[in-house]
Ligand binder design. Structure first.
Ligand code: ZN
Length: 281
């Protein structure tokens, strides 16, 4: 049975309908409260999810959920991984995945505020892979076995910082504090008929800006997992932001401003609502 793993008050919880179940309690003491342990033992979560009763420990309020993967060892981002986005960016389609790092300080909860640090702060709605095992040299046909689940993400990007040097350096412009909200929960991929083909949308102040199926990736999920694992050993909880479709703000010159509301939805996973706020300096 599929599971939906979230975090509340720094504790792992399973979501069922509109209820949440504390994992340490539901697991009969076999799990700790740590969401990172839950991800590393994701294979066992299916049975716990199947055994949940009808009396949750609390009602689901997505505004109360924390960061569903709070301490990944590594966060990878993929640039220019949708053809239409590469074209709108006027950049060549890369011959191999364009991989950059987002640093952990950028992580934020699914409904957290995003701080607008500069005048050219932009949104990028993305499907995020949550790796589930310690592994390297993963063959493409085994990639899904090493993925604990899927979640929504925003790869928020300060374009001025991204293009401040030549060639552009992606890592820093995408790693300001709060520039990596993920959530609302990690959903195991057995939830989906085809986890590689999900509907992803991004609305800015209620206006649809990005709308794609995730099977439109230039480098698909097995390719990304295999490619990166030939270089870096994955650890449970490592994240891969798989790239954003067309419709980001910078080609139109429309950037995020305090007061804006970003809504990111992936079919079967859920919705993140992020309010943009001013940098309090
Ligand atoms: Zn991105």
């Amino acid at each position: 049975m599929a599971f939906r793993l979230a975090a509340k008050d720094d504790r792992a919880v399973l979501v069922k309908g509109d209820g949440i179940f504390d994992l340490e309690k539901s697991g009969g003491g076999t799990f700790s409260s740590d969401p990172m342990e839950a991800i590393a033992r994701h294979g066992e979560l299916h049975a716990v999810a199947a055994g949940l009763g009808d009396t949750p420990d609390g009602k689901l309020d997505e505004n109360e959920l924390g960061i569903c993967v709070p301490r990944p060892q590594k966060i990878f981002g993929i640039g220019l991984n949708y053809r239409a986005h590469a074209e709108e960016s006027k950049m060549e389609i890369p011959p191999n995945p364009l991989v950059f790092a987002k640093f952990n300080n950028c992580l934020a909860a699914g409904n957290a505020d995003v701080i607008v640090f500069g005048p050219t702060t932009d949104y990028e709605a993305e499907l995020v892979l949550v790796m589930g095992s310690r592994a390297r040299d993963i063959p493409e046909d085994e990639a899904w076995d090493h993925i604990a689940g899927l979640t929504c993400g925003q790869d928020v990007s300060e374009r001025g910082t991204q293009f401040a040097s030549k060639p552009p350096h992606f890592d820093l412009g995408k790693s300001f504090d709060t520039f990596g909200p993920i959530g609302p929960c990690v959903v195991s991929h057995d939830q989906f008929e085809d986890p590689a083909n999900l509907h992803l949308t991004c609305d800015l102040n209620g206006e649809r800006k990005q709308d794609t199926q995730t099977d439109d990736l230039i480098f698909d999920i097995p390719k990304l997992v295999s490619y990166i694992s030939a270089i870096c050993t994955f650890e449970p909880g490592d994240l891969i932001f798989t790239g954003t479709p067309s419709g980001v703000g910078f080609m139109a010159g429309t950037f995020l401003a305090p007061g804006d509301v970003l809504t990111t939805t992936i079919e079967g996973i859920g919705t993140m609502t992020n309010k943009c706020v001013a940098w309090p300096r």
